[in-house]
Design a protein around this ligand. Structure first.
Ligand code: C5P
Length: 219
């Protein structure tokens, strides 16, 4: 009998940037478009998975047949991910979650003055790190976009966050584009580098790899 590779699997995918408010009008964010995460959510759906996409602000429209939860800040994303984590078989964290947020959010618009504006930024929770700490049998997949020392940073992140797979690229190769050039780093120490490919194709490779990793771990 023919079955799809991710049939019956519950997969959480995060995508897009987060926005960290400064006042009712302004926020800090980053260059993430959501393209990689949306492509993964679509590919996982096509591979038969029960997919929930938790997305920060993105111009992309909801992929069909997938439940999409739209969030704004890292805190909101954390809440929505944690609420679904226990019952997930895999979490693929393609979101570019902001590492810092303004320490306080002004209730009214900050008016300009003559001098500089000092904004103190505090650390956001690292969602993926938290998932790694409390993980049971979930498969964890993380991303890393780096401007330097890609391999060292990727290996360090994989270990520190207890990931099963980390997909890394040079920042210049992937942001907001339809293609990327990635390397897969596995928990057992091996790695696989790919040439430039459409994000759709990368998404399919990620789904295939996730399904193989689940099979070897007996899930
Ligand atoms: O920020 P960093 O480069 O360590 O991010 C690597 C991975 O961790 C990504 O998969 C990202 O989605 C995730 N992350 C997260 N929460 C953060 C920062 C990053 O889940 N606050």
């Amino acid at each position: 009998k023919f079955t799809l590779p991710l049939a019956g699997k519950k997969i959480l995918v995060t995508a897009g940037p987060t926005r960290e408010a400064l006042d009712p009008i302004r926020f800090f964010s980053n260059q993430s478009s959501g393209k990689m995460g949306y492509a993964i959510a679509e590919a996982a759906g096509e591979a038969g998975a029960d997919v929930t996409l938790i997305s920060g602000p993105s111009a992309l429209s909801d992929p069909s047949g997938i439940s999409v939860i739209r969030v704004t800040s890292a805190d909101e994303m954390r809440r929505e991910v944690l609420a679904r984590y226990e019952h997930a078989d895999a979490v693929i964290k393609a979101a570019a979650v902001a590492d810092y947020r303004p320490e306080s959010v002004s209730g009214s618009k900050i008016k300009k003055a003559d001098g500089p504006l000092l904004v103190k930024m505090v650390r956001n929770p690292d969602i993926l790190m938290e998932l790694g700490r409390i993980k049971k049998s979930q498969l964890l997949v993380g991303f890393a976009a780096e401007t330097e020392q890609l391999e060292d940073n990727a290996r360090a992140k994989l270990e520190k966050k207890h990931l099963d797979l980390l997909i890394a690229n040079h920042a210049a190769d992937g942001f907001a584009k339809d293609t990327n050039k990635v390397t897969f780093f596995f928990a057992d120490g091996h790695q696989k580098a790919y040439g430039e490919m459409p994000k759709k194709e990368i998404a399919e490779k990620i789904c295939r790899t996730v399904s193989e990793l689940m099979e070897t771990s007996g899930q």
